[in-house]
Design a protein around this ligand. Sequence first.
Ligand code: MRU
Length: 351
Amino acid sequence: MLDAVFFNSKQNSLDLLDQTLLPGEIVTVRCFDEEQVADAIVSMKVRGAPAIGVAAAYGIALGLLNKANHQTSVADALNRVCKLLAGTRPTAVNLFWAIERVKKLVDQSAGNDFMAVAATALQEADRIKAQDIEMCRSIGRFGAEFLLDGQTWLTHCNAGALATAGYGTALGVFRAAKEQGKKFSVFIDETRPLLQGSRLTAWELLQENIDATLICDNMAGSLIRDGRVHGVVVGADRITSKGFVANKIGTYPLAVMAKYHGVPFYVAAPVSTFDLSLSYGDEIAIEERNHDELRFIGDKQTAPADIKVYNPAFDVTPPELITAIFTDRGVIRPIYKETIPAVIGAAEVFK
Ligand code: MRU
């Protein structure tokens, strides 16, 4: 299975498949400390909500290892490292969920032996990674029940193995359906500005031998209208207690079009993506990224250098546009404040 976030115990490094270079180049970047991990998250060498959580968890372990010879306490080092990693990207709650998990455990161990607490952090990061793969497989099994033989579905951005510890959430549904022997095809939204659909999802689905066709984002509406899409499935970066879903910019208009044309719109996400401390979509911090992401495609300038730009990386879809949420613990449908904890429980989710 594709392993885009790998802790290399021989080198004491976090090895990341550089997602900014895919599909043209397959390059692994090696991070030896928390600053390199933080930089990899900001620059999106590693991206996708669960994957950045896993990377940050390993980043804490590396940070503690590296602070061993500095004149500081474990508590102080831990706070600094966690603050750095938490400041990388604001929208995906999985990042904060993973950091909290590791931090709590290290805090509880209350030791001042850097090697020992780094080992504790590393074990927890390994657990988070292994659980994420299990959660994705489970999401895939629940979601694949909804994908019928002969159908064509549409997905946006990349919610695949690259965006998780492996297997994927939305793409996990396709992987599971394929494992069940179903025949189906997938339209992939290109996903401007950073092209996670054409660069990453297309690459992943080709490797899986899943019948996939690339479209640019503004083609989705007419395909849905023409009855050529039987279901839409996307991942999520944060889901509130009332079921508002933040995901890659362009998700909301897909949900509107799907609703208008009576096509089911599904979200696939693990429990680590739920943030029960928030109720409504406007409470979610939406990352605004560098304006050059719109003025350039790769190295090619495609807009005047001084044109004003607005570049939010995510949008929010309200629960009434979502047919169901596939989680690792079951399917939430319909989506209300009451149906969410009934499926996922409330114990482990971010709150
Ligand atoms: O900016 P990105 O590429 O990190 O955004 C990723 C998405 O929006 C994904 O759909 C989401 O994180 C779910 S990944 C399983």
